[in-house]
Design a binder for this molecule. Structure first.
Ligand code: HEM
Length: 410
């Protein structure tokens, strides 16, 4: 019996059936070669959502990322579906604004994220990582997602923003559930309104505390910042805090865990790093290329236009799939091979343009220190159970990675 080959024209890319174990790499490969700017007619889980264009090649994603006049982040927000979060709320975050408002607000945050200021954080980040790894002493096994990555990224971003350490766990649970809303287990029966109300309440408590007593953290900077002679509104401050917590809690964690999984699955590559730790920065970039933390960002066309021969209409949704551009054979040789010596350029932080990731230097620092310290401490760590991916078209992350730690190294 022959099975009928499904034509790529009929596929709806973001359907959950395509994403049961992470991004659909085979489908992306077909799309890159047969239909790189592809139309999906709708979303079966969100019937009120319109259809969308899928961009799968690095070149087209770069063109769209750098042209905010034609491709807006504000009109429809930055995700393929709003997953239940109201557009007015999404638009309070500067990731979902267009210039000039976007640029004014981002500039306020940028002062805290210059590469120099981030480099100064290295001892603090290393101390956080070491402290978390120390807690594994005497253990044989652990879950790398929940017991290493989660507490590390929570404390790093928590310190930056000004969250008290005892609140790290609650923040992580709330944000992981909103970001992983498509995954029933991560959502754990809660609805989006309740989750968002929890985030707003916690952010408001922090803002109130910093109004009374400023500290050396981003919450204080935002509360007291002047933009064009005025202060930021409460909504803008709360949304800024929320955006940083979302980006900080659900990104680095994802890349670290997928990178560690790849190293355990490719012992020859791990050996290269153990023999020559100066390759770790290259391994970090390779992990970002192959396992970008976010599967997509979305834009909305502001006018009728054309992209790679396809006519895009004003108001159309345009989705940039980073797991696909990271494996674009026009850019990378043997793109599915994990190669720690490759040191690639990639689009995991965005493909340039106004919305390029604010936290890229912090994320790189965290990833380098995490890989370095984990490999040094547990050079023979092994996967010990089934790693499970979050069911999501937005966050590209493992929700569990059980490991056997093996003998302690230095
Ligand atoms: C491995 C880690 C990370 C990855 C892969 C990542 C990826 C991204 C991507 C793809 C974008 C959107 C780019 C675009 O639309 O063109 C973005 C934006 C952003 N990221 Fe990250 N990110 C990471 C870590 C972080 C961290 C740690 C922070 C904060 C501390 C952060 C803060 C932000 C912010 C605030 C934006 C919005 C920028 C804007 O709209 O101008 N990110 N990130």
């Amino acid at each position: 019996m022959t099975t009928k080959r499904r034509s790529v024209d009929e596929v709806w890319v973001a359907e959950p059936e395509n994403w049961t174990d992470g991004p659909p790499h085979e489908l992306f490969r077909e799309l890159r070669s047969e239909c790189p700017v592809h139309w999906s007619g709708g979303m079966s889980e969100w019937p009120e959502e319109a259809g969308y264009w899928s961009l799968t090649r690095a070149e087209d994603i770069q063109s769209v990322s750098r042209d905010w006049r034609t491709y807006s982040s504000f009109l429809g927000g930055i995700t393929i579906s709003r997953y239940g979060a109201p557009l007015e709320m999404v638009r309070q975050e500067f990731i979902a604004m267009d210039p000039p408002r976007h640029d004014r607000i981002k500039a306020l945050f940028q002062a805290g994220f210059t590469p120099r200021r981030i480099a100064e954080q290295e001892p603090a980040v290393r101390a956080i990582v070491t402290r978390v790894l120390d807690k594994l002493d005497g253990r044989e096994r652990c879950d790398l997602v929940t017991e290493v990555a989660k507490p590390v990224v929570g404390r790093v971003i928590g310190t930056f923003v000004g969250i008290p350490e005892e609140d790290d766990q609650d923040w992580a649970d709330l944000i992981n559930a909103t970001m992983g809303f498509e995954d029933e287990e991560m959502r754990d029966g809660r609805d989006m309104d309740a989750l968002l109300a929890g985030v707003v309440e916690r952010s408001q408590q922090l803002v109130d505390a910093r109004r009374e007593q400023p500290a050396e953290d981003l919450a204080s900077t935002l509360v007291h910042a002047e933009v064009e002679g005025g202060r930021l509104s409460d909504e803008e401050i709360l949304s800024g805090i929320q955006l940083l917590m979302e980006a900080g809690l659900d990104s680095t964690k994802a890349v670290y865990c997928s990178g560690m999984r790849a190293l355990m699955e490719n012992p020859d590559q791990r050996k290269l790093l153990l023999d020559d730790p100066s390759l770790i920065p290259s391994a970090v970039e390779e992990s970002l290329r192959m396992f970008p933390a976010f599967s997509h960002m979305r834009r909305t066309a502001t006018c009728d236009t054309e992209l790679a021969g396809q006519k895009i209409k004003k108001g159309d949704k345009v989705v940039m799939w980073y797991p696909s551009s990271g494996r674009d054979e026009a850019v990378y040789e043997d793109p599915d091979r994990f190669d720690v010596t490759r040191n690639p350029d990639h689009q995991a932080f965005g493909a340039g343009g106004r919305h390029f990731c604010l936290g890229f230097a912090l994320a790189r620092l965290e990833l380098n220190v995490l890989l370095e310290e984990t490999l040094k401490r547990y050079p023979e760590m092994e996967i010990d159970g089934e790693p499970l991916m979050a069911e999501s078209t937005f966050i590209n992350q493992l929700k569990t990675l059980p490991v056997k730690l093996g003998p302690r190294g230095s």
